[in-house]
Write a protein that binds this ligand. Structure first.
Ligand SMILES: [Fe+2]
Ligand SMILES: [Fe+2]
Length: 183
């Protein structure tokens, strides 16, 4: 008896997203290694912490595919690509990857909607919220680098950025969590 509750199209999209999350983890891992090698141990610490989150995202997709009765296909992970050329480039790339990832999640939400697969649609809502946080965090990080001088930031400013980022929390606060008393 076939207990697979995912259409072949959705199963493939979810599987591709699982691999994309693993790829994102590789990117954070690579950028963290690059940052530490450049002497930015705080930035590296933040990026290494974040790669763990991406691996968690990968696991969520893997588990979901299994729980819907399909079989995840583990493939090779594409190379993270070139190292950033500087701290500004690093966080511009991080921001771009996060936006790209949100769009990729949107695509699967659209597919679930078209198929009226409400269980998958519901599962993906967690990722919609997560991407709100991810984009906000990436934007915050880029802002920090921008006010430090962006691509022209000097060593003093980067020293502070590095120190700050090492101590930053893993996730950003959502607009929904803010109140008048606690802006
Ligand atoms: Fe992710
Ligand atoms: Fe992410």
């Amino acid at each position: 008896m076939d207990t697979n509750r995912l259409s072949p199209t959705l199963a493939k999209a979810l599987n591709d997203q699982m691999t994309a999350e693993a790829h994102n983890a590789q990117i954070y891992l690579a950028y963290g290694a690059w940052a530490d090698d450049q002497g930015y141990s705080g930035i590296s610490n933040l990026l290494f912490r974040h790669q763990n989150e991406e691996r968690t995202h990968m696991m969520k997709f893997l588990e979901y595919i299994l729980k819907r009765g399909a079989k995840p296909v583990i493939t090779e992970i594409a190379s993270p690509g070139e190292d950033p050329v500087n701290v500004n480039d690093c966080f511009e790339k991080v921001y771009t990857y996060e936006v790209k990832n949100t769009e990729s999640i949107y695509n699967i939400v659209n597919m679930a909607l078209a198929e009226k697969d409400w269980i998958t649609w519901n599962f993906l809502q967690w990722f919609i919220k997560e991407q709100t946080e991810e984009e906000t965090l990436a934007m915050d990080l880029l802002s920090k680098v921008k006010i430090a001088g962006g691509a022209n930031a000097n060593a003093d400013a980067l020293y502070l950025v590095n120190r700050d980022m090492g101590k930053m929390q893993d996730s950003a606060t959502l607009a929904q969590e803010v109140s008048v008393e606690n802006p």
